[in-house]
Design a protein. Structure first.
Length: 668
């Protein structure tokens, strides 16, 4: 209803620019103003700069971009230093190798381009051998050997003539070894350092934003917990807050009770254990507890690891020797694989049974989902052995080896670090795709006629740019567009691209060199280095987290040995801590402990938990009474267990208390 806002709104500059592009693109306007089609294409390309507005819409992408630009100042200094070093080596190369190797060292610009190529380690040895052995002994597919006048008469360009061959084994070897060591191994490594530091700052800023969002969620959850604690303190009935599933409440209740019995040497509620209404339910829950004991036992975990290794060996043997059907080897492998599948299925069944009355909680873990999927798909239910589905079956069986990732803490830490960095890696991939798209459009505009093989279509241009970003023979593409397809790359033999594709050869010269050097620096030396920065930062964060966890574990073990606390009790309290940590902050506050304990029934409503924590803080048993880490929680549970034993040692009150707890758990 207000079309004039197109000209006066907040984006009026971009709108006017778009309007100008559309007008200039009209055929009659282009003819009347005698505009070249390439000029309009360049204007259309500039219009793509509007894609940068996406950055401001996604805060995390903006953070990464700002981090990258934060390192550009240091990168500019590195480029200046590289230019000085390149210039010194370029002049030295011209003095030493110009007559023998005019293609690479004929002029200063050509020498600098050659050194940039060598710094990326792209076929640098070919250039070195020309100088070491001489252009006549090693023409490298570039030079025509012969007299200068004769080659000139044949129409061979001067840069391709080997008219003055001379070998310089000592000087060339020293030159190239020093240059590669200084530029490729040292100077270019500075890019990784600068970008890594910039990305560390960007990731820190992003993590700060995430922590602020997590803090807001924690505050909201604390407000809900505060309402819950008020309810359980003043309610006449212990109804619970339903913050936990049935199986989790039963597990935590059992672990707290068993740990308390281990510490206090007292038994609670032994006569009326699990007094449920139906006998078959009682039997089922007892079976469930046995399944949990087996599934969580260390010997069972070691057995599963061994089976995973065996499964990997089976997959390797099946896909290496391809035993004939019916042979003893094939029968043995088939039976062994069947045994492994049966054991993996038993493991899944045990873990599902261990969830008690809520078996669906097994699928709340991503690791369990993966194990279940791999176990099911490993069974030969897709078809007979003669069908192509056998290859699919072998592929799914091979995935069983990946289950080792969750069995070893060190491997799990690396995987968690990668998963932590996946979000940032996704944003970096988006930024790279955007940059590749912009350069692909520009490349098609500039080089489509001269180099249709690499820049004939947009998808082919994207693939060519990805090849350049990985330094895979990227100079071949560059020389085609600098020298023209008639002089480089489009051969007359059967190899692709062929000479009949070169219909409009043209030299790109300095513009083509600037395009490829600029793209190489931006993509390979900056954007791809962002991945190193993200992974390094994630690994540092994961390592720091692992070190903190190890420090806590050492403190817990030292305390348990000093107080002679059974390892079983400590293990149970650790698991209870993880279950009570609703906001996954690594610490428990008063509300989380009280809601969990009241709901589980191990804490009476009138119990003054805050006073107990305050007393422990005053005695130096814990550092803070409002936030408990794992070590402080274990110390708190030791004190809590001993006080519980003093309040009701083997009394009817304790017996009735635990019976009431279980009845409430059954009703909820």
């Amino acid at each position: 209803m207000a079309p004039w806002r197109y000209f006066v709104g907040p984006d009026w500059r971009w709108n006017l620019f778009d309007l100008a592009i559309v007008v200039f693109s009209l055929p009659f306007v282009e003819r009347s103003l005698l505009l070249e089609s390439g000029s309009v294409k360049i204007l259309r390309l500039v219009r793509l700069a509007r894609l940068a507005k996406i950055v401001s819409k996604v805060p995390k992408v903006k953070t990464i971009i700002m981090g990258m630009f934060g390192g550009l100042r240091s990168i500019s200094y590195i480029l200046l230093l590289l230019l000085l070093v390149f210039y010194i080596f370029g002049v030295a190369g011209m003095v030493l190798f110009q007559r023998n190797d005019p293609f690479h060292f004929g002029t200063i610009p050509r020498a600098l381009l050659t050194l940039f190529r060598a710094a990326t380690l792209e076929d640098w040895s070919d250039i070195a051998y020309i100088s070491v052995l001489g252009c006549d002994a090693y023409p490298a597919g570039i030079y025509e050997v012969g007299d200068d006048d004769a080659l000139s008469a044949e129409g061979v360009p001067s840069m391709f003539r080997c008219a003055h061959p001379s070998a310089s084994p000592a000087a060339a070897t020293l030159f190239w070894v020093v240059f590669i060591m200084m530029c490729a191994f040292v100077m270019l490594s500075l890019f990784i350092g600068v970008v890594t530091v910039a990305m560390s700052d960007a990731i820190a800023e992003m993590r700060k934003i995430q922590e602020q969002a997590a803090e807001r969620r924690r505050q909201a959850k604390k407000a809900r917990l505060a309402r819950t604690t008020t309810y359980v303190e003043y309610s006449d009935e212990l109804k619970g807050a339903n913050m936990f599933s049935f199986s989790k409440r039963m597990k935590m209740h059992t672990m707290v009770k068993e740990a308390t019995e281990m510490v206090t040497k007292q038994k609670f509620a032994t006569e009326s254990e699990l007094a449920l209404e139906a006998c078959f339910v009682r039997i089922f829950l007892r079976v469930s507890r046995c399944c949990a004991l087996i599934a969580e036992a260390e010997w069972f975990a070691a057995w599963i690891i061994l089976l995973i290794v065996v499964a990997g060996v089976i997959s390797g043997v099946e896909n290496t020797i391809f035993p004939a059907e019916g042979s003893p080897t094939a029968d043995f492998l088939e039976r062994l694989d069947l045994f492994v599948n049966v054991m993996f299925t038993i493991e899944v069944v045990l873990k599902i049974m261990a969830e008690g009355k809520e078996p669906w909680n097994y699928f709340s873990s991503n690791g369990n989902k993966f194990d279940f999927l791999v176990t099911v798909l490993a069974w030969p239910i897709f078809g007979d052995k003669d069908s192509s589905s056998l290859k699919v079956l072998r592929l799914f069986r091979l995935f069983r080896v990946l289950r080792l990732l969750s069995r070893f803490p060190s491997l799990a830490m690396i995987v968690n670090a990668l998963i932590t960095g996946l979000e940032s890696i996704g944003f970096i991939s988006f930024i790279m795709t955007l940059v590749f798209y912009l350069f692909a459009v520009l490349g098609v505009t500039l080089f489509q006629r001269n180099d249709p093989w690499h820049f004939g279509k947009l998808d082919r241009a994207m693939l060519s740019l990805f090849r350049i970003a990985t330094f895979d023979d990227w100079t071949d593409i560059m020389y085609i567009n600098i020298l023209g397809c008639k002089n480089w790359g489009y051969s007359g033999d059967d190899s692709l691209p062929t000479s009949d594709m070169c219909d409009h050869s043209s030299r790109g010269g300095v513009a083509a060199a600037a395009f490829f050097i600029g793209f190489t620096i931006l993509s390979a030396m900056v954007l791809l280095t962002l991945f190193v920065g993200v992974v390094s930062t994630s690994m540092n964060a994961a390592g720091e987290k692992a070190r903190k966890r190890l420090k806590l574990e050492e403190a817990i073990d030292k305390y348990a040995n000093f107080e002679k606390i059974p390892k079983g009790a400590v293990s149970r309290w650790r698991r209870v801590f993880t279950m009570l940590d609703l906001d996954e902050s690594g610490t428990l506050d008063l509300d989380e402990i009280k809601v969990g304990f009241v709901e589980l029934g191990v804490l009476e409503r009138q119990y003054n938990l805050a006073r107990l924590l305050s007393e422990m803080e005053q005695r130096g048993q814990i550092e803070r009474s409002d936030e408990l880490d794992t070590y402080q929680f274990v110390r708190f549970m030791v004190e809590f267990s001993r006080r519980s034993a003093q309040l009701a040692p083997n009394s009817d009150r304790a017996e009735k208390h635990y019976d009431g707890i279980r009845r409430q758990l059954q009703k909820s």
